[in-house]
Ligand binder design. Structure first.
Ligand SMILES: [Zn+2]
Ligand SMILES: [Zn+2]
Length: 319
């Protein structure tokens, strides 16, 4: 399907381009509010989630950042399959979140009861949610940064970076081990501080919708938002094949810790469209799941030639 082309410099286009990120985020968070207030929060939250994906996919067609990324790359099935596995894990984590504080309180009281006093439960929920976002982001920042700096973790995270186009369905393309590590480091501090369940729900909603927007291929002018949130512009630099650009912008939702630790990257030019990794990820979903667990698989991820076996050596000597 040929993308409809707007005049990118026209005033209506620029206005739409500047307002889409806040509009979609505000609409999806408002939808989440009604979902959480309803009698079937999980069902209605998933309706809001799918509707947001549909809206983003539509605008990717109407006003793409990189038109060539509209072409199929053969990875759509795998992207959806990895998303479903990751979402399944998130649901399990949500169930654990529900029961863990109660379990913890039952087992550890009264000795550890005072630890809950660290959480400002009396503050407005908005303040608690923002605090939760900043604290969770600290764990997410280090989980993500270590995933780039340590081979032990990069073997799992490379799957997310192996795509050569960014669009809304890349958002959930994470190896399940990668997702588990992030969930653990992101949420553990909140468990230990005794954050209540609504904080986890709002944090989960904000992460889901910021994540969808982060990977979208819409030409969004995010300006000042780039200094607060992980926007598509900020995250495209992180997906750059050039590691001087790629080893930056590790934050998932808000950029505070990149700014604190000096890894924030936002030069005044269009962000990179040359994205991907130097190695190779296997083609099928199942192979992508098991590839990081074998030495030969890791060599392919790193772009190294297969190691010669002793049999190869003996065959070479015989010839
Ligand atoms: Zn990354
Ligand atoms: Zn990404």
């Amino acid at each position: 399907m040929q993308a409809f082309r707007f005049n990118r410099e026209s005033v209506p286009y620029r206005a739409l381009s500047a307002s889409l990120w806040p509009l979609i985020f505000a609409a999806s968070m408002t939808g989440s509010h009604f979902a959480f207030e309803s009698g079937h929060p999980i069902f209605w939250f998933n309706v809001v989630y799918l509707a947001t994906i549909a809206v983003i996919a539509l605008f990717e067609r109407i006003m793409p950042y990189e038109p060539s990324w509209l072409e199929p790359d053969g990875e759509t099935f795998n992207n959806v399959a990895h998303t479903l596995v990751t979402k399944g894990l998130t649901q399990i984590a949500a169930a654990v979140t529900t029961s863990f504080p109660m379990l913890f309180a039952t087992v550890a009281q009264p000795a550890l009861q005072h630890s809950y006093s660290f959480w400002p439960s009396e503050a407005p929920m908005f303040v608690q949610a923002v605090l939760g976002l900043v604290i969770a982001e600290f764990g997410l920042y280090f989980a993500h940064r270590l995933s780039h700096e340590r081979l032990l973790l990069w073997r799992f995270h490379a799957l997310h970076h192996s795509v050569e186009r960014l669009w809304v369905l890349n958002t959930g393309r994470f190896h399940f081990v990668d997702s588990l590590i992030k969930m653990l480091l992101g949420q553990l501090p909140l468990y230990l501080l005794g954050a209540p369940l609504p904080v986890f729900l709002w944090l989960g909603a904000a992460s889901v919708f910021i994540g969808l927007l982060t990977h979208c291929n819409i030409d969004m002018r995010t300006g000042l938002l780039d200094r607060i949130f992980t926007t598509p512009c900020i995250h495209r630099w992180h997906h750059s094949r050039d590691l001087r650009e790629g080893n930056t912008n590790y934050c998932e939702n808000i950029v505070i810790w990149d700014q604190v630790f000096g890894t924030y990257h936002n030069p005044a030019r269009p962000s990179s469209t040359d994205i991907g990794i130097s190695g190779t990820i296997d083609r099928s979903f199942f192979d992508q799941i098991i590839q990081p667990f074998s030495k030969a698989g890791v060599r392919r991820i790193l772009g190294k030639p297969p190691r010669k076996t002793s049999r190869d050596e003996s065959e070479r000597q015989e010839t």
